[in-house]
Structures are given as C-alpha cells and as structure tokens.
Design a protein around this ligand. Structure first.
Ligand code: AHR
Length: 629
C-alpha cells in the first residue's frame, strides 16, 4: 500500500476513534468527514484553545473552521482548556493521541506551557503558537498581534481627535486577567500620558461583557456626561458603551472608540459603518494566516518565518468601506513576473554578502525580476536608488536602510506613485505610523538578539566581583545597533554584577572592530572581562588586534558576537570567540514569498521575523560543517 493510501486508512480509523473519544474529552471535530475521508484528507490539525469565554478566541476557532472547511485535505480537532493549564496539557496529549500532524495552540499561560510546547516541537510535530508568545524559539511559528501597538494606535487617534484643546476620556477596562487587554491599556496610557490637556477617568468592569459595560456607563452618568470620548479595549464592551451612550441621549456629544474591529454584525467595523463607533483599531484574528502557514509547513515549503506580527489598522468612517472591500477581495497570484527594485545597504560584512546572494538567488526561483542597487552605507545613494525605482515604475520597492530615520519624504514619494515598500533586514522609524508608508518588515528581532547575548553572558561568564563589558557597536542610528544595545541592556539591568565600561562604534566592519580595540588601548590598560560585539566581522577584527597586543581571546576576555557566520564558527572552534547569537541572512525565500503575497492582495503583517538560534563553542564543533555562509 502506498504511503498516501496508508495514511488515508489510518485517518479513517482515527477519525472514528476520535469522534468517540472527543465526546469524552471535550474536543470538537471540524470539517466534512463524509467528503474528505475517502479521497482527500492528508492532515489533521489539533487546536488547543486557552478558553472559549473571550470573544476573539471564539472568533479564532470560527475562522480556523471556515478556513479548513474551504480546504479539501485538512481537518481540525479543537479542544477548550477552560483557562486551566493542567487541562490544556492534557488536551495537548489527547490531540497527539489522536494522531495530529500539526498543533495550533493559544496558551492559557505562556510561561507554564512553554515546556509542553517545546516537548511537542522536539517530538517532530510542528507547533504554531498564537496570541501569546512563549520565550525562546522552541516552536515552529508564532502568529499574533502587537497589543501594545494596538493600544497606542487608539491613543494617538483620540489625541488627534481632541486636538489642541484636549478633553476628557473615560477608559473602560475589563477583566484584569486579560493579558491582551492589559497590553492594549499599556500602549493606550503611554500615548495619552504625553498630553497634559487630556484627562482620563478609569472605569473597571469585573466581567468583559456588553451588559456590564452598559450598566457601568449608565451608573457613571456624571462622569460620562462631561466626557468627550469613551474608550473600550474590546468590541463587546464598546457595544455596551454605544448602547448606554445612546440611551442616555449623549450620542451627539460622546464619541466611542475601541479596539478589536471584528467583522460581524454589531461588532467594531459594523458599528463604525453604522456611525455609532467613531473608530476601531482592527487586527486580523490570525486564523486565516494560521491555516495558510500550516499548509506551507505541512507541505515543507520554504519561506516560513519564525514569527508573524499581525497588522492592526485604524478604521474610521473615512476608510470603512475600502477596508471591507479589501477584506473581501480574493487573493490571487497569477504567477506573472514581478519587478522589484532593491536598495541594499552595502557590502560591509560577510553577513551582508550572504544576504545579497540569498536574495538574488531566491528572486530567480520566485519569478521576480530584481534590480538591486548597493548603496555603500550612504543614505543619499539609497534615496537616489528609490527615486530611480519610482521612475522605472517597478511593482515593489524593497529597502534595507543604513539608518532608521529620515525616510519619510522618499517613502511618501513611493506611496504617491502607488508603489508599495517592504523593509528587509532593517526597519525604519517613521514619524506617523498611520501614514502606512511601509507595508511590512521582514528580518530579525534585533532586540531579542541583544537579550540573548546578555542572557548567555549571565549564564556562562561568572566570577567574583563585578565584570566589565566592552560593547563594540554597529554604525550609529542603524536599527541593529540601536535594538541590539537595547535588548542587551534590558537583561544587563537585571544583573548588577555586570556593567558596560566602554562602548564604541565599529560600523559592522572587520577594520572597525580592530580600531575600537586600538583606540581603547591607546588610553587604557586592558581591564575588560567581556566583549559584546554587534557582529562577527567586528569581533574577528577585535580578536586580531587583541592578539597583536598579547591579550588572549577567550582566556583574558570572553567574546560574544552576533551573526554566527562560518568565520565565527571557525573562531569558536579555535577557542577564540566564545559565543555567536545567530542573525539569519538567508531571508531570500521569505522575502520573495512576501513580495508575491503583497502583489496577490494579501493583508501584510506588521512584522515577519526570521528563525534564529544561539551557538557556543560546544555546539560549534558539531555544527561547523553545516554552515554554508
Ligand atoms: O542588519 C544586519 C547587520 O548588518 C548584521 O548583523 C551585520 O553583520 C550587517 O552588516
């Protein structure tokens, strides 16, 4: 019997057993077994949901069902953990017992479930984690929104709405155990705390329900009457607030703004369409994306990232119709050639050379006509390249920017020309996020790389007394420089036995690394315990310079760098470099997939983050021969 036929037989037996067992365990089968079993099902996806009390979680299960119903060859089994960690662990075991090919989990508690998720992942079953990211990278893919950004978007909109005169806001919050809610509130409050002319009255509901919100607003009449805006962080509370404001006869005076922006009747987007809600910050639930990626993972396709941070959009009366149309537009990739203009930052490091090669090779595989301009670290040259691409009317522009700031004007020019821009490897900081000057960022999580480097130091470099660190940074203003520093300091600040004694820029080059050491030794005797270098090239330059001064790398000073290129592996095997945090340059396939997705009309996420690991000398010995760049 062929393996496909064998699998179908196993599935028929399994699904019969599953349906009986599910009745006992609280799991639910979804799909059309009559149509699928005989000829099409090739995979079963287990979905472990944290609870089915929160509205968006119910919506997620609905969306997953809709997506799988539209696909012939996959079925899902769902399990509701009712908010109980132990039950969720048991649910996962039950799902595995049913023979699932892939697990989608939205954990009740990301810390307490991290070990179980790792166990499943290590056993070879791909795991998609949704909504709450677990620490580390021991899962296949994470998909979720950035709730703090969602709160910030709502806060910025309200501040703009109230204008120079400011005003009064009633903030409606729900259950304290809602992590999503607390993150949204954090972002919201952060933004509004910058405005002296906006006052906030906080109303806290025990339960996140329409009725509780309705009663709370009515009971707080004296406060609400004086308010300009009521802000609720979820659709269900906003609906209660809208009803109450209307019944109190205040709907001409008090505006309601919320987050969630679900698509159903009387939910965020519909309420904006009806004119009852002033604005909603909507965020895709992620079910569609989860099934899309599950199919790619199950089909062993290349280009699957590590994390996908979903895009949240501000929806008001001005763009509600257009947003609805976009949501309902079919996504079609007709396979035709796409013309891409790529402004590459330079050729400063081995990492960059590998990155350029990966992009050029992937373009051919994905039928993309790539025009790449290398800018030799000059922002001016990058501006020129982008303007040339605009003149050439390419379909998509991709930029890996030398620094984070200063791009607004040229990006506006691309937007005016109707050419979408993707940020690759490095991101930009634009003045106003709502201008949507870029479509997505694809690359590493540089903050996490910095954190990992310092976590490694904390766990592996200990001695009595405080230890001094030299930081060799990349070029000033570049996102990997700023963010690696930030992540490193975050963990450093929790560990007072380490301190940064000296920081200097080596501009990501080998020679730059040498110069940082030379400059230091011109004025100081060597008294540094640890070097944290923002990339391998600078670390390798520093190693050569240290040796020239009789200072023994790894013995007199431990050296940690970022990138993990082949040269870094060799330096670890030589016992000169202590540890390399990976920054993956091989992003060509993921980037080209993003370009095709964009052109076929898919909603692009905010961020697509690549898969990365950390290597020290023990791992380097085993791994060095596998390193291709
Ligand atoms: O933007 C990624 C960084 O740029 C790499 O870490 C570094 O080597 C490169 O030049």
């Amino acid at each position: 019997m062929g393996s496909r036929a064998k699998k179908i037989n196993i599935l028929i037996v399994l699904l019969t057993a599953v349906m009986t067992a599910m009745a006992l365990s609280g799991c639910t089968f979804s799909g059309n077994p009559d149509s699928g079993q005989q000829d099409g099902i090739s995979s079963i996806i287990g979905v472990s949901q944290a609870n089915m009390r929160e509205e968006w979680r119910v919506a997620l299960i609905d969306e997953l069902r809709q997506e799988t119903d539209a696909t012939d060859d996959i079925r899902i089994i769902t399990a509701d953990a009712t908010g109980d960690v132990d039950k969720q662990i048991q649910d996962i075991e039950n799902l595995i017992g049913y023979g699932i090919d892939l697990l989608i989990i939205s954990p009740c508690d990301e810390k307490m479930l991290a070990a179980k998720i790792k166990e499943v992942y290590d056993s070879g079953i791909p795991v998609i984690v949704m909504d709450r990211a677990v620490e580390g990278f021991d899962y296949t893919l994470y998909i979720g929104p950035d709730n703090e950004v969602i709160g910030q978007q709502a806060g910025s909109y309200i501040a703009e709405l109230l204008g120079e005169d400011g005003g009064s806001v009633v903030e409606l919050s729900g259950s304290q155990s809602s992590k999503q809610g607390s993150e949204r509130l954090l972002g919201f409050r952060k933004v509004l705390s910058e405005y002296d002319n906006i006052s906030i009255n906080r109303l806290h509901l025990g339960a996140e329900s329409k009725d509780a919100a309705y009663d709370m607003i009515k009971d707080a009449r004296t406060v609400v009457e004086r308010a300009d805006v009521v802000f609720a962080y979820s659709d269900i509370m906003a609906l209660g607030a809208c009803d109450a404001v209307r019944d109190m006869g205040l709907d001409d005076k008090v505006m309601v703004v919320d987050c969630d922006g679900f698509k159903g009747a009387d939910e965020g987007i519909d309420l904006v369409r009806q004119g009852r809600l002033k604005a909603t910050v909507s965020c895709p639930i992620g079910g569609k994306e989860a099934i899309d990626y599950a199919l790619s993972i199950l089909g062993n396709e290349s280009g699957v990232p590590k994390q996908v941070i979903l895009r949240s959009n501000l929806i008001t009366a001005d763009n509600v119709q257009e947003s609805l149309e976009k949501m309902n537009t079919a996504v079609v990739d007709d396979g035709s050639t796409i013309r891409v203009g790529y402004s590459q930052v330079g050729s400063e490091s081995n990492w960059r050379l590998a990155n350029t090669k990966s992009i050029q090779e992937a373009a051919k595989r994905f039928n993309i006509d790539l025009h790449m301009e290398i800018a030799d670290q000059s922002q001016e040259r990058q501006f020129e390249a982008i303007r040339t691409f605009i003149e050439e009317k390419v379909d998509v522009i991709v930029v890996s920017p030398v620094v984070e700031t200063g791009w607004d004007e040229v990006l506006r020019e691309a937007k005016r020309a109707g050419i979408p821009v993707i940020m690759s490897d490095r991101n930009v900081a634009v003045e106003n996020r709502e201008e949507n000057l870029t479509t997505t960022y694809l690359g590493a999580d540089f903050i996490e790389e910095g954190r990992r480097a310092m976590r490694w130091v904390r766990d592996n470099v200990q001695k009595d007394g405080r230890q001094s660190i030299m930081e060799i940074m990349g070029n000033e203003g570049a996102s990997p420089t700023e963010e690696r520093s930030k992540g490193f300091r975050e963990i450093l600040n929790e560990n007072p036995s380490y301190y940064i004694a000296y920081s200097d820029h080596g501009d990501f080059t080998y020679e730059g690394g040498r110069e940082v050491i030379r400059r230091y030794l011109e004025n100081n005797d060597w008294d540094i315990d640890i070097i944290f270098s923002h990339n391998d090239d600078m670390a390798l330059g520093a190693i050569e310079e240290l040796k020239a001064h009789g200072i023994k790398p790894d013995e007199d000073v431990r050296i940690i760098s970022v990138d993990a290129t082949k040269d870094a592996f060799e330096a670890m095997v030589r016992r000169e470099l202590s540890c390399a945090v990976e920054c993956n340059p091989i992003i060509g396939d993921q980037l080209m997939k993003a370009v095709r997705d964009l052109k076929s009309g898919k909603q692009m996420p905010f961020r697509i983050i690549t898969d990365e690991k950390i290597y020290d000398q023990d791992l380097a010995d085993d791994y060095i021969n596998k390193r291709m760049y």
